[in-house]
Write a protein that binds this ligand. Structure first.
Ligand code: GSH
Length: 239
């Protein structure tokens, strides 16, 4: 778990990436960056983490990734890779131990199709709590989220598997996990009451060493989220 305080505008850039390691530019509460942190942990890749203050980004970070997004990877030779699914696939290819993506092209395509589908679920994890806070009627959104989670539940049930793509944890599980970790803090956990297989999957995920290593407790998520919606995101919350 990274305990390093975030670098903000005006900070001195960290030194070069040491040979034999890779660097992750991250933000401690970013679910997309957590995808890369999970893959780094699961594969036991030697790395360092540089946390970025995303409200006041250092110029040197924007020079590396003009989109200014985390996760961003940097290699010792200065190659820069960003977009969470791309960073994770890159790590899986470059570090061949503990492969997370299947080598079979069809199975790999299936994981990517699932991820594409899942990317349409992600916005609900934000829209529902935000809508509620603004006093909006979110019942339609809640119904849609229920439907989408029911499909994931059905997938696990039909497949009769412990994880999304079989009986061991693979890339797709790590790509989906970060938003499930946040459900309790976002007061969305009751959505799992109607999806028992999916609930069991979350319980299994909580036992995974990479998940344990990268996760925050619900209260810590709440603390950061509260600062974020107040417009004063505390990227170093809890340090
Ligand atoms: N599509 C990107 C990915 O999958 O990596 C999304 C990454 C993303 O949105 N990261 C957020 C970020 O860097 C933090 S959770 N925000 C900074 C900004 O929008 O300026």
């Amino acid at each position: 778990m990274s305990t390093q305080k975030s670098f903000a505008k005006g900070s001195t850039a960290p030194g070069p990436v040491p040979e034999g390691t890779i660097r992750l530019y991250s933000m401690r509460f970013c679910p997309f960056a957590q995808r890369a942190r999970l893959v780094l942990q699961a594969k036991g890749i030697k790395h360092d983490v540089v946390n970025i203050n995303l409200k006041e980004k250092p110029d040197w970070f924007l020079e590396k990734n003009p989109l200014g997004l985390v996760p961003t990877l940097e290699t010792p030779s200065g190659q820069v890779i960003y977009e969470s699914p791309i960073t994770c696939e890159y790590l899986d290819e470059v570090y061949p131990d503990n492969k997370l993506l299947p080598s079979d092209p069809f199975e790999k395509a299936q994981q990517k199709m699932m991820l594409e589908c899942y990317s349409k679920v992600v916005p609900y994890f934000y829209k529902i709590p935000m809508g509620k806070r603004n006093g909006e009627d979110v019942s339609a959104l809640e119904g849609e989220l229920k439907e989408k989670l029911a499909k994931l539940n059905e997938h696990l049930k039909t497949k009769k598997s412990n994880y999304m793509a079989g009986d061991s944890i693979t890339m797709i599980d790590y790509m989906m996990w970060p938003w499930f970790e946040r459900m309790e803090g976002m007061q969305l956990k009751h959505f799992l009451d109607g999806t028992p297989e999916l609930k069991k999957w979350t319980e299994r995920m909580l036992e995974d060493p990479a998940v344990k290593e990268t996760m925050h407790a619900p209260d810590t998520h709440i603390g950061f989220y509260t600062s974020y919606i107040a417009g004063k995101a505390d990227y170093d919350y809890g340090l």
